[in-house]
Design a protein around this ligand. Structure first.
Ligand SMILES: Nc1nc2c(ncn2[C@@H]2O[C@H](COP(=O)(O)OP(=O)(O)OP(=O)(O)O)[C@@H](O)[C@H]2O)c(=O)[nH]1
Ligand SMILES: [Mg+2]
Length: 436
């Protein structure tokens, strides 16, 4: 997705690599490169201009995080602004009535019918009873297309007399009310270009069904024209959100990045394949990370910064070096790791982390270790040598873990301490070789 934009932005970030810190002078070239990349990705000119102003302001006045290098810091600023540009958070569908009508509108071939079926599949999987209404009577195969898709996902498709849009919509609503559907999705007809006839028809459907959502389906590959079309639709129909389709193609990114600023309305879903399961909820932060192609390395940095108390970390380091590391410290360490979220999710955030499929992190085991340590007295934690056989039995009972597991933890801990001693002699570098 957006490979070319990604490549160009990466070059901009690289230009800052190796710099001591961000300065007004060295940031200029990077900013210029970001600007060019966005323009080349077909982002609306005015949107780029505002964006660049904000990035400049933030980069120059940036508070310096010691733990981030200038290029990382700049990436963070660009990513935050990209996310803001696309609306910060995911906007869910609103269901305010039962049945809740959703209307799909848009130009011919944008993906309305396909999206209708994909959306029905998602809504059904959430446990809602959903009906599809085929309100496109012009293209002969349109109704059949929806019926085939409906059959594939086990969703009823209503097409009434197949001739009168108003009647199909009225009867579709009646059926939905009578048969206690939760959601009704109306697939409307597109036109090659915006024209009065289409607008009037869609407005009429809107009056009849009083939708909770008017979703405009937009082909992301079309570029700036799509943004203009979106604006016209929104001015006329007050759409509630957008679905960007064909994001799996070689779309340059311009539509995704411009639409929110230009229309003020959110992207709610993106189409990522032709297949029936190729629709995803749209998350601005995830897309900006994807555009930057960084795994989620930045969120990892942020997460670490938020949770690891630096002072504590320093103390721990000192202790490790002196090798008077106790079970109390160990427990502290485990808890810090848990605060950071599941180990698995942390691994996944590292670049290439998604490739770690075969690796399983046994979080249960960590819980067990925690339970065993918690069953020790303070004295025992500080001085594990005190733990004789009868104490071990007590700890096993208290933690609900088998005795051999307690013995194993104690042995491992002793071994680790020995290793720490050795590494301690190697200086700070050795620390990175610790197994936790
Ligand atoms: N690759 C890809 N293809 C898509 C996506 N969404 C839709 N398509 C394809 O785009 C083409 C048009 O999709 P339709 O759903 O028929 O579009 P429509 O808006 O209903 O078209 P009209 O009814 O003619 O106005 C089909 O070949 C779809 O398979 C997507 O997210 N990715
Ligand atoms: Mg269609």
């Amino acid at each position: 997705m957006f490979e070319s934009l990604q490549e160009k932005l990466e070059k901009a970030f690289k230009s800052l690599r190796g710099q001591g810190k961000i300065s007004e002078k060295n940031i200029q070239e990077a900013i210029r490169m970001v600007k060019l990349s966005l323009l080349e990705a077909d982002v609306n000119y005015k949107v780029v201009k505002d964006f660049i102003e904000k990035v400049k302001e933030k980069a120059i006045g940036a508070e310096v995080f010691n733990s981030l290098t200038p290029d990382q810091q700049f990436i963070k600023i660009v990513r935050d602004e990209l996310t803001a540009l696309m609306g910060e958070k995911h906007e869910k569908l609103r269901f305010t009535q039962k049945p809740s009508p959703i209307m799909l509108v848009g130009l011919q071939g944008s993906g309305k019918t396909t999206t209708g079926a994909k959306l029905a599949r998602i809504i059904k999987s959430e446990g809602r009873k959903v009906l599809l209404v085929a309100a496109d009577i012009y293209r002969p195969a349109a109704i059949d297309q929806l019926e085939i898709l409906g059959a594939e996902i086990g969703v009823t498709v209503f097409s009434g007399d197949r001739r009168h849009v108003d009647k199909i919509c009225q009867e579709g609503m009646k059926l939905a009310i009578g048969s206690l559907y939760d959601v009704v999705i109306f697939d409307t007809a597109g036109r090659l270009h915006i024209n009065e006839e289409m607008m009037r028809e869609v407005e009429k459907v809107r009056e009849i069904v009083k939708p909770d959502e008017v979703l405009m389906v937009l082909d992301a590959m079309i570029g700036q024209d799509a943004v203009q079309t979106a604006k016209t639709f929104n001015d006329r129909l007050a759409v509630t959100g957008f679905v960007l389709t064909k994001m799996d193609g070689d779309a340059r990114g311009g539509v995704a990045l411009s639409i929110r600023s230009v229309t003020g309305k959110p992207i709610k879903f993106i189409g990522v394949s032709e297949k029936i399961d190729g629709l995803e909820a749209f998350y601005p932060d995830r897309l900006s990370s994807r555009i930057l192609g960084l795994g989620d390395v930045l969120s990892l940095i942020e997460k670490v910064e938020q949770t690891i108390d630096e002072k504590k970390a320093k103390e721990l380091e000192k202790k490790l070096r002196k090798a008077d590391f106790t079970f109390n410290d160990f427990l502290e360490q485990i808890r810090q790791i848990q605060k950071m979220g599941s180990l698995r999710s942390i691994l996944e955030m590292l670049p290439g982390g998604s490739k770690l499929k075969g690796v399983t992190v046994d979080e249960k085991q960590i819980k067990h270790v925690e339970a065993i340590i918690c069953s020790m007295t303070k004295k025992e934690r500080a001085n594990p040598k005190l733990i004789n056989y009868s104490r071990k039995k007590r700890i096993a009972l208290g933690s609900g873990r088998p005795l051999p597991e307690v013995t194993k933890l104690l042995d491992n801990f002793e071994n680790m301490k020995k290793m720490v001693k050795k590494i301690g002699k190697m200086g700070p570098k050795g620390l990175s070789r610790l197994p936790f």
